[in-house]
Design a protein around this ligand. Structure first.
Ligand SMILES: *[C@@H]1O[C@H](CO)[C@@H](O)[C@H](O)[C@H]1NC(C)=O
Ligand SMILES: *[C@@H]1O[C@H](CO)[C@@H](O)[C@H](O)[C@H]1NC(C)=O
Length: 280
């Protein structure tokens, strides 16, 4: 009997069972815009987006997800990337969309990237938190993850949580839980606001700018024909919450690397902070 199953088959079966099939960009994504500036390379192991003075580029997942733990490795535009923005996010459709955002704002050579995060629920965002990173995100690939389950949303960098948005529906804060989202990413020019508030413009003599992606992994519930299917094995992420060690790491990031927090911007909210600010 055993001779029917060579080791490749066994590995394949194993991957299907535990839902670990590491992504292949050809299989999992479509390049959605950019006129050839987005490329899938190395048999689907690598994806690159580029931006020049006439256009940027972008891609999106073929699947829609309703909850998941999604990891991707990114290597950002090196050198003088001022004015460029690499966005990587989950987003649903329509006017009352939900969105979970990572945006990387480029900078002059040697100055730090800003990692900008936001959470939109039913079309309303205004929940920005920004960070500097504890490493150079252009030197190597690093893993940026979104854990999205019914208890909350956790943004992580190389496994270290940097932000948590809890499900606080109990106190009247909308939480994304009904609208399936696609994973999308794009590289574009935003030199009217991105770097030092728009003071520093994109230097096109450095174009084309390129960001790279690899090792996509989605442990997620895939939404098809109006239904979400999660399988039943390897689903620990669906109930995962931050344990006390992870909460300690989150505090370390927030104390040392957070450069902006909407929940700390009293000028912006003279009538009082949004409800989630006192609870998160
Ligand atoms: C760029 O570098 C400056 C100077 O260190 C820093 O204040 C800023 O937060 C950095 N990021 C952006 C996007 O401007
Ligand atoms: C919070 O507000 C204080 C006072 O305005 C400011 O000094 C500090 O940098 C802010 N922290 C963040 C993370 O925005």
């Amino acid at each position: 009997m055993a001779s029917y199953f060579d080791s490749t088959t066994l590995i394949l079966v194993f991957c299907l069972i535990v839902g670990l099939a590491t992504g292949n960009f050809v299989q999992d994504f479509d390049i959605t815009w950019g006129d050839g500036r987005g490329k899938i390379l190395n048999n689907g192991d690598l994806l690159t987006l580029s931006l020049d003075q006439s256009l940027g580029s972008g891609f999106q997942s073929k699947n829609m997800y309703l909850f998941g733990k999604i990891d991707m490795q990114l290597k950002l535009v090196p050198g003088n990337s001022a004015g460029t923005v690499t966005a990587y996010y989950l987003r649903s459709q329509g006017d009352a969309w939900d969105e979970i955002d990572f945006e990387f704002l480029g900078n002059l050579t040697g100055d730090p990237y800003t990692l900008h995060t936001n959470v939109y629920t039913q079309g309303k965002g205004d929940r920005e938190q920004q960070f500097h990173l504890w490493f150079d995100p252009t030197a190597d690939f690093h893993t940026y993850s979104i854990l999205w389950n019914p208890q909350g949303i956790v943004f992580s960098v190389d496994g270290t949580p940097i932000r948590e948005f809890k499900n606080l529906e109990a106190i009247g804060v909308p939480f994304p839980k009904n609208q399936p989202m696609r994973l999308e990413s794009s590289l574009w020019n935003a030199d009217d606001w991105a770097t030092r508030g728009g003071l520093i413009k994109t230097d096109w003599s450095n174009a084309p700018f390129t960001a790279s992606y690899r090792n996509f992994n989605a442990n997620a519930c895939v939404f098809t024909n109006g239904k979400s299917s999660c399988g039943s094995i390897g689903m620990g992420w669906l109930t995962q919450e931050l344990d006390s060690a992870s909460q300690g790491k989150l505090r370390w990031v927030q104390n040392n690397f957070m450069i902006y927090n909407y929940c700390n911007d009293s000028k912006r909210f003279p009538q009082g902070f949004p409800k989630e600010c006192s609870a998160n």
